[in-house]
Every structure is written in C-alpha cells, then in structure tokens.
Design a protein around this ligand. Structure first.
Ligand SMILES: [Zn+2]
Length: 466
C-alpha cells in the first residue's frame, strides 16, 4: 500500500516519478489568472490565524461545510475564528474523496511542514502552530508568494480600478511581478440598467469626460484599457454564460445605449446585441495591444435567492450551467479572425460536457503565427481537481496539442493555493508516465521532460511575454 500524500503523491509509476522530480518540480510558476487581492500584497499583511487565510473567502470550503450540515453562523456568520476553525476541522474527515481533502493537507505540508491529518482531535494543535507561524515575518503574504518560486501573478481587476496597489508593488521593486487583468464584466452588464448607469457615472468621474452616447462610452473605456496597458496589463478576462455574437448595426447600439442612459427597460434581444457590441470592441483593443483575451464560459450564478439575499454574490451559490457554447463562440472568433483582428485567446469551460467542443474549437482559429495561439484553458473551478484536470488534459491531447498548453493557474482568492501548480504538474507527469510505461510513447526522457517543462512554465513565458 502507498503512503498518503508522500513525495510520490499522484505519481503511480517510476517514470512519472522521474518526470516530476527531475523535470517538473523545480520549474518556476507563472500564475496568469488569479483573484488575489492586490491591496493585501501591497500592504504585505500577515494573517492573524488559519481561519483568516483559509476560511474567510473560500466558497469551496463553505459549500463543503454546508453540505456537512454546519450552521451558517460558523461559516460566514458571527462565531469567532476558533469556533469556525473547529467546525472546518470537524468537516475535513467528511471531505474524503473531495479535492478539499487533498488541498487541505497539501497546504498544511507545503506551508507549515505539518504532516498530521486535520480532524477534531488535531484541530487545536494545528490551529496554534499555524497561528504562531502566520504571525511571523516569514509568513507575510509577499513571502508566501515568493517562497513558492512565483515569477508573475495576474490579478483580476475592474476597469475603474486605480491600480494604485499594483503601482506600489512596482515602486517597492517586489521580486514577483503583480500585474492587473482588465475584466470589464460590469461595463457590459445590461441586465441591470441602474447598476450600469451608476458604473457609467463613475467612469465619467475617473476619466473626466462626459458620456452621452455609445461612442463616448467606448472612448472612455478605451482610456482605461490604455491605462491598464501602461500599468503592465497583458490580459483581459470575461466571465460569461456564453459568448454573445449577435448581429447588430451601429444605429441599433446607439439607440440601446440611449435607452440605458434614460434608465429604460431593455428587451432581451437588445441586451444580447449590446453585450455583443461590447465584447467585439474589447476584442479589437486586445488585439491592437497584443494582449491575451480569456473567456470563462458557462457558470450558472446565484442559484439560491435566499443565499443571495442573505450572503450576497460569490458566496457559494454558483454552479455549472448548460448553455449552448459552440455556435456563438465560433461566430465571435470568426468575425475577428476574418478581419485579422483575433488576439491570442484562452477558452475555459465550466461544463465538462464541453471539453471536446472547446478543444476542437481552438483548432479552427490557429493561424500559424504563434504556437498555441488559441488555447483550451486548464480545468476551471468545479473541474479543478484530479478527474477534471485529467479529462481536460486528455481532451486537449486527443484533439489539439497538449505540448503547447500554457499550463496551470490558481484562479484563487487564497494566498496558499500555489500547491495547485504542483498538483497539476504531478497529474501531467503521471499521464505521460503511464503512456511511456505502457509502450504508447517512446521512453525518451529528454523529449518528454522538455515538453513537461514547457507545459509547466516555458510555454506560458513565451506566450504572455510579461
Ligand atoms: Zn477567475
């Protein structure tokens, strides 16, 4: 029997172990998509205790606790940090076979050198040991990042963000590049006209302009796009149910914008046309600047009205949707490609049924200008686990070129998520190791090792050009 979570965790063969330890393990990390709060990195804060760093913002853990029957008071409510931690510790043994069981113990090992299993019996000691460490200078957030061989982090930012924290980090000459990502979801959210109007008002203030029509709206947003570029931004990101690629005329969009400004209700067809126009323009700017555009497609958000009202958005009420992806995605990419305006693009799907669809779609628009120009992004959110990653990697291998993949990202709000790269690398090495030992790939460690290093790091380095 193998040991739990030892140095050969997830590495089932001798070849996989060699590939991981000799080639993958030492590679640096480029974390090109995350939700780490730049203010906390800029201030270089320390977390008070394990509850703060683990449980304050992690909706994966919240959902597990709810599924385990824990009262909300111990999850997002007013119980104290220790009480919340005790309930998490009581939940962990019930997360067997859920990826949280792996993440939790991997993080205890990699950050705290703790090899005990978390349970009510070990909770007090683990909490005290970790709290003491977290409060020491070696555990400030900048150290938590730089100790993991991270070279670049991309945060996710609204176009209205001042980026002052990114600027401070640059001024401080922090060894890790912390770069913004332009995520204009709110700027195109015509589902909520009053919120969009208040967004437009804020944009007017920030850009010192008056926005009376669609053209001036685009103009003002473009100055923010330029501003992000001046602050080191190289990526955009969009979180959408599906790509919007309706046909529209300039006249139609002008009149829809007028309705928005007048706070008038929009018809569903108008909303889709507006979003289509916004996405198209964002895509043109991304191409112009040589950025990479990312699309996270397929989340069905805010399913529970009760949870939304009590806790707000992004608190664990989102799940996998079944939106049709293929046709509009194809139309959107084709419109840009046919005008030679298609930027480098990464597509992420939340519904695993779309894996092969996404892998196949990327192949339509590669044009030989850049290796892996259109990427099938790594397994995301609910799919960010052994089974989901394996399926994504297999779909990409079978339909595209795994060797050109830009690899893993944390997509995390937590400063202790960097072992996810290690987790991904182990799975990649295990897949190659199996194939080599089965005689399905040649036993060429030099070739395979190089390709693994490319997937872990080199491809991302060349692709993003940070
Ligand atoms: Zn994300």
């Amino acid at each position: 029997m193998k040991n739990f979570l030892d140095e050969n965790f997830l590495l089932q063969t001798k070849t996989a172990q060699r590939l991981y330890h000799d080639y993958a393990a030492g590679m640096p990390i480029i974390d090109y998509h995350s939700h780490l709060p730049p203010d906390q990195i800029a201030a270089d804060i320390n977390f008070d205790n394990l509850t703060h760093i683990w449980l304050r913002g992690d909706h994966y853990k919240w959902r597990a606790m709810r599924a385990n029957g824990i009262n909300e008071a111990y999850i997002t409510g007013n119980k104290n940090d220790l009480e919340k931690f005790e309930q998490w510790a009581a939940t962990v043994p019930y997360t067997l076979r859920n990826p949280l069981y792996h993440w939790t113990h991997l993080e205890l090992q990699r950050y705290f050198d703790i090899h005990d299993l978390l349970s009510p019996a070990t909770a007090a000691k683990i909490y005290d040991d970790c709290t003491a460490k977290l409060q020491s200078p070696d555990y400030s957030v900048r150290k938590l990042i730089s100790n993991k061989k991270v070279e670049v982090i991309c945060t996710t930012d609204d176009p209205l963000d001042s980026l002052s924290h990114h600027q401070k980090l640059k001024d401080d000459a922090y060894t890790v590049k912390v770069l913004p990502t332009f995520r204009p979801d709110k700027a195109m959210n015509a589902d909520d006209v009053p919120a969009l109007n208040s967004y437009i008002t804020q944009l007017e203030t920030i850009t010192n302009s008056s926005i009376n029509n669609f053209d001036s709206y685009l103009q003002a947003l473009k100055t923010r796009h330029d501003y992000f570029a001046a602050n080191g931004c190289k990526l955009s990101d969009h979180g959408l149910e599906q790509l919007y690629a309706e046909d529209y005329t300039d006249k139609e969009i002008a009149s829809i914008f007028k309705k928005i400004k007048n706070n008038q209700h929009l018809l569903p067809g108008e909303i889709v046309k507006f979003k289509s126009a916004m996405l198209y323009n964002f895509a043109l700017w991304d191409h112009e600047k040589g950025w990479v555009q990312q699309f996270h497609l397929g989340a069905l958000r805010n399913n529970s009205t009760r949870a939304l009202q009590e806790l707000g958005p992004d608190t664990g009420g989102d799940s996998i949707g079944d939106f049709a992806q293929g046709k509009s995605l194809s139309k959107f990419l084709d419109k840009l490609d046919s005008k030679n305006k298609l930027a480098k693009t990464i597509l992420y799907n939340l519904n695993p049924a779309d894996n092969e669809l996404m892998a196949a779609m990327t192949g339509n628009f590669n044009d030989g200008s850049v290796a892996g120009k259109i990427q099938f992004g790594s397994a995301w959110w609910f799919l960010d686990q052994k089974d989901g990653m394996t399926k994504q990697l297999n779909a990409l291998s079978n339909i595209g070129l795994l060797s050109r993949m830009v690899g893993m990202l944390t997509d995390s709000r937590s400063f202790m998520s960097f072992p996810r790269h290690e987790y991904f690398r182990r799975i990649v090495c295990n897949l190659f190791g199996d194939d080599i030992e089965n005689g399905e790939l040649p036993n060429d460690m030099e070739l395979t090792g190089k390709i693994i290093q490319d997937i872990c790091y080199n491809n991302a380095k060349n692709y993003f050009n940070f």
